[in-house]
Write a protein that binds this ligand. Structure first.
Ligand code: AMP
Length: 293
């Protein structure tokens, strides 16, 4: 496994490789990240991973300074998962003095997470665009847990004709259903136990949808009702939105729905989502949808 902190060295190492799959991360790796690395390796033969805690996607009052980091452990895990190249740039390598270029994906970034974290997706789109330019992979892999992020990146890659295929992989969960996240480490034992309320709330709405409920507000109410049973968690939002535009729905139609939620436990925000209904991406969009898996 080759590790490097500079763009120049990464490019030199990449030049000697053939087909490459790429997994961008912020480190503090868990099974969710590693499943993406193994998929990249399986599908492309060679896997590159970046570890970069991107300041541009954190707001002034967010957890940039205390974001969990453990580089040695990350490298050990990546070695076991079969990563070939690891890019771990410092902030000045990505944003050197005089840096001025940012990528904004309009529309999709005005709702859900963006309402609470203004500027977040501008930072995400910018760093992912730059990393895709550096890495020059055939495919790049992202986790569906961050559903809005997947849509933003998929849209950006199509709009800017980025030649890397964007692949979206399913959410990896703990045995009790909590979506794995580097931020789960912040949870107190009580909050960690309480956090299963997210998946329970989504399951309740999925069951109602399977039983024929199509009223989007009723589905949101079902989610809010289950969340309210756990006073440790404070919901930021509960959304039942069009899976391609993220516009809130009145009714779940043939296009299905993206049910998503963010819940605060103390200062830790947890996200989760479920897809309701069969989405036929090829019928809705000339390109495969970010949420087709
Ligand atoms: P992060 O390090 O949190 O920025 O995540 C890096 C990539 O891993 C993103 O594409 C995430 O969506 C993905 N990821 C994070 N958690 C999970 C998970 N539990 N299952 C699948 N993918 C995940």
């Amino acid at each position: 496994m080759h590790t490097t902190t500079t763009i120049r060295d990464f490019r030199a190492a990449r030049a000697g490789l053939d087909t490459l799959g790429f997994v961008p991360t912020m480190g503090f790796l868990h099974e969710g990240h590693l499943s993406l690395v193994r998929q990249a390796k399986r599908e492309c033969g060679t896997a590159a991973v970046s570890i970069f805690v991107n300041p541009a996607q954190f707001g002034p009052n967010e957890d940039l300074a205390r974001y969990p980091r453990d580089l040695n452990h990350d490298l050990a895990l990546l070695g076991e998962a079969g990563a070939d190249l690891v890019f771990m740039p410092g902030v000045e390598e990505i944003y050197p003095p005089g840096y001025r270029t940012y990528v904004t994906v309009e529309g999709l970034t005005e709702r859900l997470e963006s309402a609470i974290r203004p500027g977040h997706f501008r930072g995400v789109a910018t760093v992912v665009c730059k990393l895709l330019n550096i890495v020059q992979a055939e495919k790049a892999y992202f986790g569906q847990k961050d559903a809005q992020q997947c849509m933003v990146i998929d849209q950006m890659a199509r709009d800017l004709a980025i030649p890397t295929a964007i692949v979206i992989a399913p959410t990896v969960r703990e045995p009790d259903g909590l979506a794995m996240s580097s931020r789960n480490v912040y949870l107190s034992p009580e909050d960690r136990r309480a956090a299963t309320v997210l998946i329970r709330a989504l399951h309740a709405a999925e069951q109602a949808h399977n039983a024929g409920e199509r009223d989007a507000e009723r589905l949101r109410e079902i989610v809010r009702g289950v969340l309210a049973s756990e006073p440790r968690g404070q919901p930021d939002y509960v959304s039942c939105a069009d899976p391609l535009t993220l516009q809130e729905l009145d009714a779940v139609g043939q296009q299905g729905a993206l049910l998503s939620l963010a819940v605060r436990f103390g200062t830790t925000r947890l996200l989760d989502k479920a897809l309701l209904g069969g989405i036929q991406p090829s019928a809705l969009s000339p390109q495969p949808s970010a949420l087709s898996l």
